[in-house]
Design a protein around this ligand. Structure first.
Ligand code: MSP
Length: 531
């Protein structure tokens, strides 16, 4: 039975923990950026939030990568985590609250306890046996013969990596996963949003309905892993060690109060390639140990190159820095989250990125903010004028802001990140359209009181609408929104941008007349080849 959550339960979101075999790619950073935007959105709702990410450091794949570099696995992971994986988080401006490495004692000790608990649960859930069958080291996964592809030379290939699988025969321990099929199906039935999107859910349900095989949970032919507590000559299979990061990082088995404030996780974001581990094996492990299952597992699609998954192992990986150096971290975040329907695959191209950057960011939001600031500067010496008498057009923009918040927030709850960003972008266009229609540059020629008042109303309305945009876009483009907040002179009267409750953004008239508006640098500089 699920335990009741304490009233101050945090919204807890995780990314997969990444294998430290090579530097990160924009594929890895995609999941990180999505999780970060969701975490920031919840924080902007003033909700307690916890965002975890980290690195998966055990197993054969990491061990081989270390050997290729003539380093011990520990030296290799220490080096790569510091030189590449932690810096990636700054590159994409991730605001994770913690970073867990599976080689840390806080993880290792609890993993051993967890498996000891399952072994002693009286259900015979752990038993010894022999595994014989195919294994893909790139996936770190025992494969079913039926899912492999046939190569022309007769070898069998992993369908994800298109590389030959290895055949292993080892004395191992097994987890009686097959005994959990019925309970898993009940879980998917009882909670239809446990696995999302719908396509992922269907895949998982069909897979479990097809019957589950027991899972080999130890390896005995190499030693880079967490030793099995009851038999030190085996190491735990890397996945059943790695999945536990989601609980070991938040005090499972050491700090019950903290654990209760975080667990169950609200969202595990995962790539669709690792869906079964999260939606089948992970909940079954938790059930066996008597721990609540997470609320939701959401599978994002792949970033593809030429129709194939971009990956380290096929050398198609682009490093996030390459893209951020050109466009900046905010545009990076915006581009991937806005243009790819979250949950589906998406292809990346420099040309498409440039086009979106120019149209929606430089000419869209950036130009709008500059124009408003320039006109408040020119016509009102940089002091935000009084709102005066709002007419129908002004009321429309105010109402539209309320609607945008509602639409974007509801989309966020469904993890339709692209829809949330689409709604905000439409609002930016509406503000631009409003200015085009009102033609404040012409109204400025009317120097009568009526003309001045009307000009004041138009510019106040545009600035106030931009206040809403600054809060709504802050989870996606924090650097830009800090600059926009500054431009609007909002800090003095409204305080920190982080403290603006996203759900209260629609309350019109928060930006006070008299705020000092400054133009500053363009929010989105022109791209070098256009300048
Ligand atoms: N270590 C495991 C996860 C363990 S979680 C308990 C793993 N690591 S990984 O580094 O190979 O990949 C991690 C995740 O990176 C993928 O699931 C996915 O979220 C992301 N991606 C890697 N390449 C990707 C794309 N080309 N596109 C989108 N996401 C991809 O699997």
């Amino acid at each position: 039975m699920p335990q009741p959550s304490p009233p101050d339960k945090a919204f807890y979101i995780t990314t997969p923990i990444y294998y430290v075999t090579a530097p990160p790619s924009i594929g890895n950073a995609y999941t990180t950026v999505a999780a970060d935007m969701i975490a920031r959105w919840h924080r902007q709702r003033q909700q307690p939030t916890w965002f975890l990410t980290g690195t998966d450091e055990h197993g054969e794949k990491v061990m081989r990568a270390a050997a290729e570099h003539q380093l011990s696995p520990q030296e290799w992971t220490d080096r790569l985590v510091e030189a590449e994986w932690k810096p990636m988080l700054s590159v994409v401006d991730a605001s994770n609250d913690d970073f867990i490495r599976t080689t840390e004692p806080r993880h290792i000790e609890r993993v051993r306890d967890f498996w000891q608990t399952i072994r002693s649960n009286g259900n015979g859930d752990v038993y010894s046996g022999r595994y014989e069958g195919p294994y893909c080291v790139d996936c770190e996964e025992f494969k079913l013969p039926g899912e492999l592809l046939d190569a022309p030379d007769g070898r069998q290939l992993c369908p994800i990596h298109s590389r030959p699988v290895e055949s292993i025969s080892e004395k191992n321990y097994f987890f009686k996963l097959s005994a959990y099929a019925e309970r898993l199906l009940q879980l998917y039935e009882r909670d239809p949003t446990f696995v999302q999107p719908e396509s992922a859910r269907n895949e998982v349900v069909a897979f479990v309905q097809g019957g589950l095989q027991d899972l080999s949970i130890s390896r005995s032919t190499f030693d880079w892993g967490i030793s099995v507590p009851w038999n030190e000559s085996h190491v735990l299979y890397v996945w059943i060690d790695a999945l536990l990061n989601y609980v070991t990082a938040i005090g499972y088995g050491t700090d019950d109060e903290r654990f209760a404030k975080m667990w169950p996780a609200d969202v595990h974001l995962v790539g669709k390639d690792i869906l079964r581990f999260h939606a089948v094996i992970w909940p079954a492990m938790l059930m066996a140990a008597g721990v609540d299952v997470p609320h939701r597992v959401f599978a994002n699609g792949w970033l593809t190159v030429g129709g194939q998954k971009m990956s380290k192992s096929t050398a198609t990986a682009i490093h996030p820095s390459e893209v951020v150096d050109t466009f900046g971290s905010d545009a990076y975040r915006y581009y991937f989250l806005k243009t790819i329907s979250f949950g589906s695959d998406g292809s990346f191209s420099w040309e498409h990125f440039s086009a979106v950057y120019t149209a929606e960011l430089a000419n869209g939001l950036g130009n709008l903010a500059s124009r408003v600031a320039a006109m408040v500067g020119r016509y009102f010496d940089g002091i935000l004028p009084d709102p005066g008498e709002p007419g129908l057009d002004e009321q429309m923009l105010a109402t539209e802001l309320v609607r945008t918040v509602a639409v974007a927030d509801a989309a966020l709850d469904r993890l339709a990140l692209h829809e949330a960003l689409g709604a905000i972008e439409a609002y930016v266009s509406a503000i631009n359209g409003y200015l085009t229609e009102q033609e404040p540059w012409l109204v400025s020629k009317d120097e009568s009181d009526t003309g001045r008042n009307r000009l004041g109303t138009i510019l106040y309305t545009a600035a106030e609408a931009l206040r809403g945009v600054a809060v709504l876009h802050n989870p996606t483009m924090p650097k830009t929104c800090a600059a926009l907040w500054e431009l609007l002179g909002a800090q003095d009267s409204l305080g920190d941008l982080a403290r603006q409750d996203l759900l209260a953004v629609g309350r019109w008239g928060q930006l006070p007349a008299g705020a000092r508006v400054t133009k500053g640098e363009p929010l989105f500089p022109r791209l070098p080849d256009e300048a």
